[in-house]
Design a protein around this ligand. Structure first.
Ligand code: NAD
Length: 255
């Protein structure tokens, strides 16, 4: 028996990285999944590999009309919607003093507004299904500041905040809303810059209590728990998956 048997999920940004891993894990555990992304070729390929229990739809999370189409794709293809994973996101690195406004707003549009629009579009379908689960992807940058990521940090704090308001508003409809907070995860988002491709990513994170970089599957396992009925009494909460990054500073090295 699968942990998501009978459930229908919509995952944004599912063409690669963590969203792809979530789609694979959800289908493996019995769900039917709509994968949504801007990267149509990659997304269609993943959906095809997953077979009949997966479908791909084009989605730009900044566009309410495309969210409506994505939710309709889930209900028309699979009959209902039980789970929304707001996963799509972008990172732009730049110091507070020099980041152009345009770049700041790009990040806010995708990470913050995209999450808001996704919840807004999905709630009627979740309510019609008798309830469900929304998993919003924040970051450790939604819990602490990290130099060079002012826009990203602002957007991920916003995701964490709107998760709580949504949880308070929607609990009586049996819709649970939680945020997940990954640390560094080995996906194209944090790919090594040109010239550093050969650097072992685990060695970069050797100072963590769990001394390695995160894998997309580490995050997918958490999203799966929150999508499933195993988390039936969890809402409005923050779930960290960061190898201990936020637990405290590393021990001083003696050798
Ligand atoms: P990724 O770049 O591999 O995947 C992000 C996906 O989102 C891509 O498929 C991309 O096409 C899609 N996307 C971007 N803009 C979009 C838009 N406007 N509409 C629809 N889709 C769009 O990165 P990832 O690491 O898999 O990131 C997934 C989520 O996890 C993001 O929200 C990211 O901020 C968050 N996160 C990542 C890390 C990390 O270290 N990789 C850490 C913490 C949180």
């Amino acid at each position: 028996m699968g942990r998501l048997d009978g459930k229908v999920a919509l995952i944004s940004g599912a063409a690669r990285g963590q969203g792809e891993a979530e789609a694979r894990a959800f289908v493996r555990e019995g769900a039917r999944v709509v994968l949504a992304d801007l990267l149509d070729k990659e997304g269609e390929q993943v959906a095809e590999e997953l077979g009949d229990r997966a479908a791909y739809v084009h989605l730009d999370v900044r566009r309410p009309d495309e969210w409506a189409t994505a939710v309709a794709a889930a209900t028309s293809r699979f009959g209902k919607l039980d789970v929304l994973v707001n996963n799509a996101g972008i990172l732009r690195v730049g110091a507070l003093e020099t980041m152009p406004l345009e770049e700041y707003l790009q990040v806010i549009q995708v990470n913050q507004v995209g999450c808001f629009l996704g919840m807004q579009a999905a709630v009627p379908a979740l309510r019609a299904a008798g309830g469900g689960s929304i998993v919003n992807t924040s970051s450790t940058s939604g819990l602490a500041g990290i130099a060079g990521t002012v826009a990203y940090t602002a957007s991920k704090f916003a995701v964490r905040g709107m998760t709580k308001t949504a949880a308070v508003e929607l609990g009586h409809d049996n819709i649970r809303v939680n945020s997940i907070h990954p640390g560094a995860v080995d996906t194209p988002m944090i790919a090594a810059p040109p010239g550093f491709e050969d650097v072992d990513s685990d060695s970069v994170y050797a100072g963590l209590p769990l001394p390695r970089v995160g894998k997309p599957e580490d995050v997918a396992a958490l999203a799966l728990f929150l999508a499933s009925d195993e988390s039936a009494y969890c809402t409005g909460s923050e779930f960290v998956v960061d190898g201990g990054f936020l637990a405290g500073p590393p021990l001083p090295r003696t050798s």
